[in-house]
Ligand binder design. Structure first.
Ligand code: HEM
Ligand code: HEM
Length: 228
């Protein structure tokens, strides 16, 4: 933390969180495009789907082991805080990491993305592409997962991402430069707040965790139910 012009520079988003965010954004856009185009683009849909799944698993671990402001505990606000925030009773501490409304949308996006990726593993286009877990469950379950994936989750996700972008533009216009912080990691705050840890040790740990998550997803991608 360092004090310039009466403001405190605080590292809010560590490099692993920023990497996670921008890789996730690129991956999700690519998934929307490849899923909609279909055909040969499905090869890329699967590759990107596995990549996004690994990123999401990483974020779950980083929500416990990551930098201070990336931990879920740092933005798990109760209903009182959310109602107060919506009534305009924002506290300075809300501006450090995710504010109560932002936190709600983050949890919703992460949950929905996990459901979308999970249902993808169980989806089948009945032409050439079937998720790796389809052979473990009944046809009815595959049908349900595919319907969720292509008719429900997809639209809910589109809605949440649109809301996310609208909120970012709203705050940006009110001189709250949230995007800058997601790019270089720091916020200049009126209050004094501890920085997130973001040194080479934590970045190395993040790389190892991400590699482990990629390994788990690679293992899932190769699963096949034994023939009866
Ligand atoms: C498909 C596209 C996108 C998805 C799925 C997405 C998802 C997310 C998620 C999950 C977070 C929480 C980060 C964390 O704590 O791990 C987040 C935060 C954030 N995103 Fe995105 N994002 C997308 C695109 C964008 C774009 C295009 C921008 C800006 C131009 C952006 C700006 C931000 C900012 C500034 C935050 C931090 C918000 C805060 O301070 O509370 N996102 N996004
Ligand atoms: C967050 C991650 C994901 C997103 C946002 C996503 C999005 C989409 C979209 C938009 C479609 C096209 C829906 C339509 O037909 O209109 C689709 C189809 C499909 N996706 Fe995903 N997907 C994701 C992850 C996955 C994963 C991990 C897999 C499998 C490993 C997968 C397998 C499939 C399959 C098999 C289809 C074709 C279903 C059909 O046409 O009946 N998806 N996905």
């Amino acid at each position: 933390m360092n004090n310039t012009a009466g403001l405190n520079k605080v590292r809010v988003w560590d490099l692993p969180t920023r990497f996670f965010h921008w890789a996730l954004a690129v991956g999700v856009i690519g998934l929307g495009v490849s899923g909609t185009v279909g055909g040969n683009a499905m090869v890329w849909h699967f590759r990107l789907g596995y990549t996004v799944l690994a990123l999401l698993l990483f974020r779950l671990v980083w929500g416990v082991a990551g930098g201070r402001w990336s931990r879920f505990g740092a933005f798990a606000y109760g209903p009182q805080s959310l109602i107060g925030y919506l009534k305009g009773q924002s506290q300075p501490a809300h501006e450090v990491g995710h504010n109560p409304l932002g936190a709600l949308s983050v949890f919703a996006m992460l949950g929905l993305l996990l459901a979308q990726a999970g249902s993808g593993l169980l989806s089948d286009d009945e032409i050439a592409f079937a998720g790796p877990l389809t052979s473990f469950v009944s046809n009815a379950a595959v049908g349900l997962a595919t319907r969720f994936h292509t008719e429900v989750g997809k639209w809910m996700l589109l809605g949440l991402v649109a809301l996310h972008l609208a909120a970012i533009i709203f705050y940006q216009r009110r001189q709250r430069k949230l995007v800058n912080a997601m790019l270089h990691g720091d916020k200049a705050l009126v209050i004094d707040a501890p920085s997130s840890r973001d040194d080479w040790r934590s970045r190395t740990a993040a790389t190892l965790i991400l590699a482990l998550c990629a390994g788990v997803v690679y293992w899932i991608s190769g699963l096949q139910a034994p023939a009866l």
